[in-house]
Design a protein around this ligand. Structure first.
Ligand code: AMP
Length: 112
């Protein structure tokens, strides 16, 4: 079981900014920007590499909620970044699909 499943199940605390039946958004415990939220499906999809066609609507919703989280944080005018890391080389450390919402500072490209 991943740490994000424990957050979904309420076994460990998180600073939630959005929750409904399908999606949860909470603040990253080690923020990499002034605003850093993780948006996850409650369904335990390992990563985008594990998504199936039946997940299309759910993942679309996760992405829309990520944009709403950014809008609610006032990030839209200056911009922000949505990122999902996949596997070892992608830098994934928690194997439950999540979208990072990063904002409040200038992002660089390419990412390190
Ligand atoms: P990734 O490296 O893309 O898999 O991202 C995992 C993210 O989860 C990292 O940014 C961690 O800081 C974050 N994280 C790990 N444990 C927790 C937790 N208990 N609450 C909030 N964020 C967490």
């Amino acid at each position: 079981m991943t740490i994000f499943q424990k957050i979904i199940d309420g076994e460990i605390p998180a600073e939630k900014v959005f929750e409904d039946a399908d999606v949860l958004a909470f603040r990253d415990i080690q923020p990499q920007a002034p605003h850093h939220v993780l948006v996850i499906p409650k369904k335990p999809i390992v990563s985008m590499a594990h998504a199936t066609p039946e997940d299309d609507a759910l993942i679309g919703k996760v992405m829309r909620i990520a944009a709403e989280v950014a809008r609610d944080a006032g990030l839209e005018q200056d911009g922000y970044r949505l990122v999902t890391n996949i596997g070892k080389n992608g830098g994934q450390s928690v194997y439950h699909l999540h979208i990072h919402v990063l904002g409040g500072r200038q992002m660089t490209w390419p990412p390190g």
